[in-house]
Design a protein around this ligand. Structure first.
Ligand SMILES: Cc1cc2nc3c(=O)[nH]c(=O)nc-3n(C[C@H](O)[C@H](O)[C@H](O)COP(=O)(O)O)c2cc1C
Length: 481
């Protein structure tokens, strides 16, 4: 059964022991963020859990973070698959999107507060890098609309709270939300905007997918959910928002109104600079009768944002290579879980069909995505297994022959600390492609033949030696022995 609301997913996580309640009152200006930081900095992927703060001082609404992207396990749980099926689920959802359904009324509008009654301080919005961030930040889905195409865009753009009724949004040039907002502002018209707090999990994952401009994330979300996402008309702006969300903040950006945004702790692990960004006025806050607030944890990786963005965009790339570009021998794609899935390391497992095929696929990805390092290995390498990946690199990669460096590439993201100064200036970057597919037949593997190994496995069991789960690395190698 698909999760129709965030609370259903949280209940399932709790059942699996992957959600912890903190019942003592907490101070939103430092405690939730710092506790989440300890979890991500100190605990391994397999042990992390969502954090549910029942009592946040000064607010009647509980705060949840790190549940969607605590780890590969919570992400997979939200998609109702095992971790090894995540990519396939994303590919199928992209191939079979489900259009949203419009509903006349919605749980997210059970309570409607407009104008002066819509106060941001009623929400338990945390400060994410206490002592360094410019203030509390809303870290969630931002909905905007293209004035010409009529389509809506969902993206996460961090939003700094300025006061009870206004915010400044990090709508970076080049981002789809920026284009949508400017399609109004450039005509001298106010741009509608809305923040969606705690929609069903699929909507949050689809939002961080890097799709082409105009491809509506909400259809992808429907594909992930296996059912249409219900949308309802916002109460004060011309936008359709997820009906099952816990809270919706509605706003408007007026032409030429800007404010300083930042500093803010960014996904790359450094503080972002102060930049001039669009300012928005809050027109309404609507919510359920018993809402929860959800804020995505980012900053120093690993973090919730890196888990969500890396896993989602690996699936998007797999679909693009296999289904849009006809690279049918690509078996798997993985993005390292430490750098927001953007300027990170992308690894492709594929069967090359002709000389330099691996390099060619690497170059395509370098052009299409913000990935900074791309490694291509053979299809029978488990790219999530560091031991196997290192072996493939050490055994198949001849640096002088197999490296491509692309210089002077510019992707409109100013967050790469290797090319950006602390005050926000940046130089064009470069990218590296490593083709570590096997090009020379180095002979037979130094393992006994397959039949002998299978006989030995039976002997292992007969001898009562400890049971083990056979990792893909071992299967792949024994097939070729
Ligand atoms: C917690 C979090 C915060 C983010 N903040 C920003 C941001 O401030 N600006 C930005 O350009 N991308 C940000 N991102 C990444 C984008 O949301 C993501 O790449 C998304 O796909 C962009 O949507 P778009 O391609 O429709 O523009 C953030 C992601 C997460 C998970």
């Amino acid at each position: 059964m698909p999760y129709d609301r965030m609370k259903d997913f949280l209940a399932e996580l709790e059942r699996r022991g992957k959600l912890r309640h903190i019942t003592e009152p907490v101070d939103r200006t430092w405690e939730p963020a710092c506790l989440a930081k300890w979890m991500y900095q100190a605990m391994p992927n397999d042990e992390r859990f969502g954090l549910y703060f029942d009592h946040v001082r000064g607010s009647e609404i509980p705060l949840v973070t790190a549940a969607l992207g605590a780890s590969t396990h919570t992400y997979a749980a939200a998609l109702e698959v095992e971790p090894e099926r995540i990519n396939e689920k994303i590919v199928q959802a992209l191939l079979n999107p489900i259009a949203p359904r419009t509903v006349p009324s919605a749980p997210c509008q059970e309570i409607v507060r407009q104008g002066e009654n819509a106060r941001l301080s009623d929400l338990p919005i945390p400060t994410w890098t206490p002592g360094k961030d410019a203030g509390p930040y809303i870290t969630t889905i931002v909905v905007s609309r293209d004035a010409y195409g009529g389509f809506q865009n969902f993206g996460v753009y961090r939003t700094q709270v300025l006061d009870d009724h206004s915010v400044v949004i990090n709508l970076s040039p080049g981002r789809h939300g920026f284009r949508c907002v400017h399609s109004y502002l450039d005509q001298g018209k106010p741009a509608p905007i809305a923040w969606v707090i705690a929609a069903e999990p699929a909507v949050h994952f689809a939002t961080v997918a890097n799709l082409v401009y105009g491809a509506e994330e909400v259809g992808f979300a429907g594909g992930l959910k296996g059912a249409p996402v219900d949308l309802v008309k916002a109460t004060t702006v011309d936008l359709m928002v997820p009906a099952a969300a816990e809270i919706i903040i509605e706003g408007e950006i007026l032409p030429d109104e800007t404010a300083n945004e930042g500093p803010f702790g960014e996904f790359a692990g450094f503080m972002g600079p102060v930049l001039v960004r669009p300012r928005a006025h809050i027109k309404a806050i609507t919510h359920r009768r018993d809402p929860i607030y959800y804020g995505l944890t980012s900053q120093m990786p690993p973090s919730e944002s890196t888990v969500m963005q890396s896993l989602t965009n690996a699936g998007v790339i797999l679909k693009t290579l296999r289904h849009d570009l006809g690279e049918s021998t690509v078996r798997d794609v993985h993005i390292d879980l430490t750098f927001g899935g953007l300027l990170a390391h992308g690894i492709v497992a594929m069967k090359p069909l002709h000389p330099h095929h691996g390099k060619r696929v690497g170059r395509i990805l370098a052009d299409l995505t913000p990935l900074k390092r791309i490694t291509v290995v053979d299809a029978d390498v488990d790219i999530r297994d560091a031991t196997h990946l290192e072996w493939a690199l050490n055994s198949c990669f001849n640096p002088e022959r197999d490296t491509v460096i692309l210089d002077d590439v510019y992707f409109p993201l100013y967050m790469d600390p290797s090319i950006r100064t602390a005050d926000g200036h940046e130089a064009p970057g470069s990218k590296i492609i490593i083709d570590a597919t096997q090009k020379i037949d180095a002979g037979s593997f130094s393992l006994p033949p397959r039949e002998t190994m299978m006989r030995a496995l039976e002997r292992w069991r007969e001898l009562g030696l400890p049971e083990f789960k056979i990792p893909p690395r071992a299967w792949f190698r024994i097939q070729r022995s």
